[in-house]
Design a protein around this ligand. Structure first.
Ligand SMILES: [Zn+2]
Length: 484
């Protein structure tokens, strides 16, 4: 069997309350480990509540599981349910909330959700099982809470930092079904994810760099278009907005189908000019000449006329956009490039971060387009001050622990910078000296991109006046740095 094509499977449990049929049990999710340094540990993400869940392994032999799942036959052809150990999976998920298999009556298949191609690695497909707790609702104190769809909707509508957040399993599994969604108007074959509610992500094949293969097209198209905003200071108005149409030419037809399903008053927002973020622009202007482009002027300067020759609105940060009753705020976010912008969806407090972060691993800075480490650090702190509920990168999955992820970036870059400084202090005189020492364990074919990263760090060290006083050495490094 080709392992590459296999998916990882996740089992999510909807545990109904015997005394109140509207309620189900949510588990407080464990945050990623702390850093052990006050500088970073002082930034804390709010509580995240989601369905109990566990990854499950498919077995080579038929499972001897004695658990009967009503409706499991509908999984036939998608997943070989005889080979997955339901009993073990259920035991592990129930243990998280202080229960065991015998506490629950009959189990039924609620739904099966195949994950879109976010990468890296296999998609994670989720089997949602539903069952009712028999007798007593004594679940683990402090980490469990009974909620109904209605109380979840209230939590989503009343965004307060102390209120806690809802995770993607409960939203995709239960909540989205009771909300109007533009996703239902999109082509049914499209692989997408709607999380947070109203924020639709479609990973589309693009000319991006490994380990990713796709760029997330973000779509906002609120159902109840009631454009009563007038001209109250919004930089752009529309009935729908898409972010970063970066799919390769071979997927233009798919993008065209998406755009055709959206309202004509369309805003196209691009975070920056890299081809894997703008390659789809040309097909959009062909199939919807009413669309307007919103970008930073540095980004616009680098987008070819062949890609976009229609209307364009310049944004530089702090502007508001009005999309069918929804407010989004443009955030100036230089670092990756000098014209890089992020976008905050105010109603869900989720932040579309462009290439400032990627779903997995660290993001590279583009030294040829004004990428700058000082800006990168500043933007990272700016993002943390916004206390977003989720980070939406253009490559990879949504990140649910924004402050933790951003602090991880700061910590890694500072430690790389400390190593570079140490190398300089120990006599490295040229960029090559530094790269060959700092990246000695890394394949030489990565040294060119490493060199531009080192250059950005040396510039940043110089700006912080941290380079050693030995003028001759420093001059020579800065000279070499500037000609690379
Ligand atoms: Zn980029």
């Amino acid at each position: 069997m080709n392992k590459e094509k296999m998916a990882t499977h996740n089992l999510a449990v909807i545990l109904k309350n015997q005394l109140n049929d509207d309620e189900f049990l949510l588990l407080k999710q464990t945050p990623p480990p702390k850093f052990g340094e006050d500088e970073y540990d002082s930034y804390v993400d709010s509580d995240l509540w989601d369905l109990p869940s566990t990854l499950i392994n498919l077995q080579d032999n038929e499972s001897q599981s004695g658990v009967f799942i009503k409706g499991a036959e509908s999984l036939y052809g998608k997943i070989d349910s005889t080979k997955f150990d339901v009993e073990l999976g259920l035991a592990r998920a129930l243990e998280q909330v202080g229960h065991k298999g015998s506490d629950v009556g009959e189990w039924s298949l609620f739904k099966y959700v195949e994950e879109a191609e976010f990468g890296p690695g296999n998609p994670v497909n989720t089997v949602f099982l539903i069952g009712k707790l028999l007798g007593g609702n004594q679940s683990s104190q402090g980490v469990c809470k009974w909620m109904s769809t209605e109380s979840c909707l209230n939590l989503l509508l009343e965004l307060k930092p102390c209120n806690g957040r809802l995770g993607p399993l409960v939203v995709v599994g239960l909540i989205n079904d009771s909300l109007p969604s533009a996703a239902r108007k999109l082509p049914p074959t499209l692989q997408l994810q709607e999380y947070p509610p109203g924020v639709i992500l479609v990973p589309m094949r693009s000319r991006t760099v490994k380990p990713f293969h796709t760029t997330n097209l973000v779509i906002f198209a609120p159902e109840n278009v009631s454009d009563t905003s007038g001209d109250c200071g919004f930089v752009a108005h529309g009935d729908a907005l898409i972010v970063d149409p970066g799919c390769r030419r071979e997927y233009h037809e798919e993008l065209k189908e998406i755009v055709t399903c959206l309202p004509k008053k369309l805003i196209v927002f691009v975070t920056h000019h890299h081809p894997d973020h703008v390659e789809g622009l040309s097909i959009i202007q062909k199939c919807n000449p009413n669309a307007t482009l919103l970008a930073h002027e540095h980004t616009m300067r680098r987008i070819g006329k062949g890609d976009w020759s229609l209307g364009y609105t310049s944004a530089s940060g702090d502007e508001d956009i009005w999309v069918g009753g929804k407010r989004l705020t443009v955030i100036f976010a230089p670092g990756h490039t000098d014209g890089h912008l992020a976008l905050l969806d105010v109603s869900t407090n989720s932040l579309i971060v462009g290439d400032h972060c990627v779903g997995h691993g660290s993001a590279a800075l583009d030294v040829t387009s004004g990428g700058n480490m000082t800006d990168y650090f500043r933007t990272t702190y700016k993002f943390m001050e916004l206390s977003p509920h989720a980070l939406i990168p253009m490559h990879g999955r949504v990140n649910l622990w924004p402050k933790n992820m951003l602090c991880g970036y700061l910590k890694n870059r500072r430690s790389r910078e400390a190593t570079i400084l140490n190398t300089i202090e120990n006599g490295a005189e040229t960029l090559f000296d530094i790269v060959s020492k700092v990246y000695s364990g890394v394949d030489q074919k990565f040294w060119i991109s490493a060199a531009s990263n080192v250059r950005l760090h040396v510039d940043h060290l110089a700006q912080q006046k941290k380079l050693p006083k030995n003028e001759k050495a420093v001059k020579s490094i800065i000279y070499v740095v500037n000609i690379v």
